[in-house]
Design a protein around this ligand. Structure first.
Ligand SMILES: C[S@@+](CC[C@H](N)C(=O)[O-])C[C@H]1O[C@@H](n2cnc3c(N)ncnc32)[C@H](O)[C@@H]1O
Length: 211
């Protein structure tokens, strides 16, 4: 994850290494912490041996929209996705599918929070990420992913939309006026986990763009 962050040009303010562990690259300044001090400083139960503090420069919504447009990819939009594990997993999937940019609407977990960064395995640093409001996205059409009631995926041109929006775990999409797309599910299954739905839809976009 640190190597990903370094490759993405992140500015580290500090790297702390647990006594006996090694960094995968040379970095100064760094400090070495005893095992006890290291345990006290981390949030995780079984941490790897490195803690880093880095300064992030947020992209603007305009930059994120332009980046997606330049790459002819729908902008990935997270609409109140609350679980940082899901946010991180979606960032990882988006990077893997080739999506270049993602925006988070109010109520979405911070993609640069420690848990989300870990869940993305550092791939969040490959994306242009911005916080946005719906008004910032007014110029974009596109699809909202809906657990039910949307047009079937097979007949929805999601690859041509300006954005693809994923809704909250508990409440779905916050707007009712979006065109919606639904991945058909087997009888009796109400919905997919939002990160699983994102994997299906983003890789379908990748597949269609390559065809
Ligand atoms: C757990 S679902 C939300 C379920 C919620 N009870 C609802 O009424 O929408 C979380 C998000 O995952 C996405 N999702 C889940 N199942 C989907 C499906 N079958 N097709 C498309 N998107 C889906 C949608 O973006 C949805 O807002």
């Amino acid at each position: 994850m640190l190597a990903e962050a370094k490759a993405a040009g992140l500015e580290f303010e500090l790297i702390a290494v647990r006594e006996g562990d090694k960094l995968p690259f040379h970095f100064e300044p760094r400090v070495t912490l005893t095992a006890g001090a290291f345990r006290a400083a981390t949030e995780t139960v079984t941490p790897q041996g490195v803690i880093a503090i880095a300064r992030m420069h947020d992209a603007s919504p305009v930059q994120a929209i332009q980046t997606a447009r330049d790459a002819r990819w729908p902008l990935v939009v997270l609409d109140r996705v609350q679980d940082p594990g899901n946010v991180g997993a979606i960032c990882r999937t988006a990077a893997a599918a080739g999506a270049p940019a993602l925006v988070v609407l109010r109520g979405t977990a911070d993609p640069f929070g420690a848990k989300a960064v870990r869940a993305s395995s550092g791939n969040v640093f490959r994306l242009v990420v911005a916080a946005a409001k719906w008004e910032d996205l007014a110029s974009l059409d596109g699809y909202g992913a809906a657990a039910s009631g949307g047009s079937p995926l097979a007949s929805s041109s999601i690859e041509n939309g300006g954005m693809i929006v994923f809704g909250s775990e508990a409440h779905g999409l916050s707007r009712a006026d979006l065109k919606t797309v639904t991945i058909p599910l087997h009888d009796g299954v109400e919905s997919l986990n939002v990160a699983a739905a994102a994997a299906v839809l983003l890789f379908e976009i990748k597949r269609r763009k390559a065809a």
